[in-house]
Ligand binder design. Structure first.
Ligand code: 1GP
Length: 238
């Protein structure tokens, strides 16, 4: 049986593109949960990410339990901070916000999370998280108090991604931020995916199927859809 990471690597080497639906526990109503899960099961999603910049809502455990019961998709935590850990998920993106210079998001939260994770069976997937300017202030930028990297400075984004790979990151996540006005530019996805060997996740501000395809064509291995599916559970209907 393959780990989540091995599955992603295998998909990459077979040229199979992956799709994650991001569920923010703060924005989910439990009474609509089963309908939502039906929609996920009918969608082309290959992964479910769970998390948000700040989660006030205390439904994380309940949400993950329901997802594990009603879907076969891997459920992966995408946490904004160490309070968003649940041993009921399958894995966790162990993020370091490489684009920022706030030590809390570079290493402090990871130090806090590590002993908690050590007591779980979660698959820990080391992920270099790179926030890109999106034309608006996104929750990630606000909450992490970091400045996104310029859309124009391709060299800096590449250097950041390479540093992540050299530090041992197993994935790179190019993030425009949830609800981004502009998604990560195509040229940036091309440059990064051509120069790192590890799989590249792209998300933030992708609002239609064309946007998903565009990211895939540029080389993205996995695309994340949050807001668009949140606003319209028929998003993937043909
Ligand atoms: C956010 O990349 C994800 O972390 C998804 O963003 O909500 O804009 O789809 P959206």
């Amino acid at each position: 049986i393959l780990t989540i990471r091995q599955q992603i690597l295998e998909a990459k080497s077979n040229g199979q593109k992956l799709l994650a639906i991001l569920l923010d526990p703060d924005k989910i109503e439990l009474k609509n949960l089963y309908q939502l899960i039906d929609k996920i099961n009918q969608s082309p999603a290959t992964h479910i990410f769970v998390g948000g910049s700040i989660v006030r809502n205390n439904i994380l455990e309940e949400l993950i339990t329901a997802l594990k019961q009603k879907t076969n998709l891997p459920v992966i935590l995408f946490p904004g901070d160490p309070s968003q850990i649940s041993s009921k998920a399958d894995g966790i993106l162990f993020l370091s916000l490489l684009s920022g210079r706030n030590p809390d998001y570079l290493i402090e939260y990871q130090v806090q999370a590590a002993p908690i994770l050590k007591k779980t069976n979660l698959e820990v997937i080391s992920t270099g998280y790179i926030l890109i300017e999106s034309g608006n202030e996104t929750a990630v930028a606000r909450v992490s108090k970091t400045k996104p990297l310029s859309r124009e400075n391709l060299d800096l984004v590449l250097a950041t991604a390479l540093a992540g790979e050299m530090l041992g990151n197993q994935l790179i996540y190019l993030e425009a931020g949830s609800g981004a006005k502009q998604p990560v530019p195509k040229e940036m996805i091309e440059l990064i995916t051509q120069n790192v060997r590890i799989p590249v996740i792209v998300g933030g501000g992708i609002v239609d199927l064309h946007g998903i395809q565009k990211a895939y064509n540029a080389g993205a291995d996995l695309v994340v859809i949050g807001t668009a599916f949140e606003n319209n559970s028929h998003f993937f209907d043909l």
